[in-house]
Design a binder for this molecule. Structure first.
Ligand code: ADP
Length: 491
């Protein structure tokens, strides 16, 4: 339990200006906007609201800092990221509280995100000094090939609200490690964590202009001139598929490098040979972490008919016991959804499924209390064709559909334009391997309900995105490959 004094202290400590060229500034015309606490609807603090001119000034700063930053010794870049990681560790509790205040997730989950999200700073501090190329002899023996890696140049990073720390560090850390400068546009619903961590990065020794942050209420308006500017070389976006598609169209004009982490519609497949208790445990994590508001959240539970009753009974019992409340309260597992629109969406999806014949095992509607709460819900026997099987729910709603054969499971799982992650529970090794090969997703949890890790290449296929974040792959999103031919020195 945190006190009002703890909350006031951390809020007073957040920089609330735009970070441009190493200074914290007001927005043009002094425009500001309020950041709200979704568990109460009250205003936490107001922050500067960047205009298109402010965004272009931020790009000017990033462009101005690019050459010197690219020429910095990798060890220097590494040390800065490492110091920033240490600074985040030292302020774990404050950053977790800030995330809970602006986003609503339970404090325990925010602490988990501090560990996960800060790890990108440490992981990429280690990758910064391991950017390598290769030297080879061409097959004819007449030439020498040199392959080298170079920073792509100034980047524009757009992040969503659901993981305020991790979504920022997952882009900022590899970009800086690679030698790129950045303009970051955090989600307007949750800009505070990014602003706070940006200051820690500055204090860790980032030169002015390398990291610029422009919160705004007019995302489309500030994005357009940036994507149209030839000096920008890269866009990395995490958010919904429709916005991602629009940004890809805009990015095409300048043939920008892009990394796109878009929506998901994760199947959670439980076979009849699964350890059902383990599957229930995994389902609780895959569904209810972040109050269901994750692109990796399991969206469709496909359960073999022989174990579906047992799975639904056990899951319902677990859901019944979930403590609901403000994320700052002791023991809470389910906080509010991010806003009214999110509650409305959950309501519509549940209503559609019920009208088509789904059974409500538990929950099934908003909770009557201040803030934007929706009750944890389990729907069973969700009929094919229900909207909830096609749409990313982004809320604490389980929809169970039953299948009879492995081929059915694969067909149902792949029956979506998304391809981010799948979860599979089976004790049969060969079946697990078949699922790795047959399910059309960029990631899989095989008897695992949580897959995110800084050392792993996170990303999707189909309309879930392009590119990978984290892992050895993550830094390459911010590097371009150059090939040089030289004659054989023995010619
Ligand atoms: P979500 O449903 O998670 O809010 P969005 O795709 O709407 O997903 O938002 C993700 C991020 O994209 C946020 O930072 C938001 O401000 C930004 N965004 C939304 N629309 C646009 C747009 N037209 N141009 C640029 N950024 C946008």
């Amino acid at each position: 339990m945190t006190t009002a004094a703890d909350e006031a202290k951390v809020l007073a400590d957040v920089p609330t200006g735009l970070l441009i060229g190493g200074t914290w500034q007001d927005a043009t015309g002094g425009r500001r906007f309020d950041v709200l606490d979704p568990s109460t609807g009250s205003t936490l603090v107001s922050v500067a609201d960047a205009s298109p001119e402010d965004a272009v000034r931020a790009l000017d700063a990033a462009v101005g800092a690019q050459d010197a930053w690219a020429a910095t010794a990798p060890r220097t870049r590494s040390d800065i990221l490492r110091r920033a990681w240490e600074a985040v560790q030292a302020r774990r509790d404050d950053i977790a509280l800030l995330m809970t205040l602006e986003m609503g997730k339970p404090l325990a989950e925010s602490l988990g995100e501090v560990t996960y999200g800060s790890e990108f700073l440490r992981w990429f501090s280690e990758e910064a000094v391991r950017i390598t190329g290769r030297y080879g002899v061409n097959p004819e023996g007449t030439g020498r090939t040199i392959v080298s890696q170079h920073p792509v140049g100034p980047c524009y990073l757009i992040t969503p609200w659901n993981f305020p720390l991790a979504m920022a560090t997952r882009k900022i850390a590899p970009a800086l490690a690679a030698g790129c400068t950045v303009v970051v546009k955090p989600a307007e619903l949750t800009p505070l964590t990014t602003l706070y961590v940006a200051r820690l990065l500055e204090e860790a020794g980032l030169p002015p202009g390398v990291l610029n942050v422009v919160p705004t209420t007019t995302a489309a308006a500030i994005t357009e001139p940036l994507l149209a500017d030839r000096r920008l070389r890269k866009l990395s976006f995490t958010g919904s598929t429709p916005v991602g598609v629009k940004l890809l169209q805009q990015a095409a004009g300048n043939v920008l490098r892009t990394s796109m982490e878009l929506g998901g519609n994760a199947p959670f497949v439980v076979f009849d040979d699964a350890d059902v208790d383990a599957a229930v445990e995994g389902a609780m994590l895959a569904k209810f972490r972040n109050i269901g508001q994750a692109c990796t959240a399991s969206n469709r539970f496909l359960v073999h008919e022989a174990v579906a009753d047992e799975f639904a009974d056990k899951l319902t019992a677990r859901v019944q016991a979930l403590p609901i409340g403000r994320g700052t309260d002791e023991g809470v597992r389910i906080g509010p959804l991010i806003n009214e629109a999110a509650v409305g969406k959950a309501e519509e999806l549940v209503q559609d499924a019920v009208e088509r014949g789904a059974t409500v095992r538990i929950g099934g509607g908003p909770i009557d209390r201040p803030g934007t709460f929706y009750s944890p819900t389990v729907l069973d026997r969700v009929p094919p064709g229900s909207d909830i099987l096609r749409t990313e729910i982004f809320g604490p709603v389980v929809g169970i559909a039953r299948f009879a054969t492995e081929d059915d499971a694969v067909r149902l799982a792949n029956n979506t334009e998304y391809g981010l992650v799948s979860y599979v529970y089976t004790k049969d090794l060969a079946r697990g391997q078949r699922m790795i090969e047959r399910l059309e997703t960029g990631m899989m949890g095989l008897n695992a309900g949580v897959i995110s890790n800084a050392s792993a290449p996170f990303g999707g296929v189909k309309q879930s995105g392009i590119g990978r974040e984290g892992g050895f792959e993550g830094i390459h999103e911010y590097l371009s490959t150059k090939y040089t031919m030289t004659p054989s020195p023995f010619a």
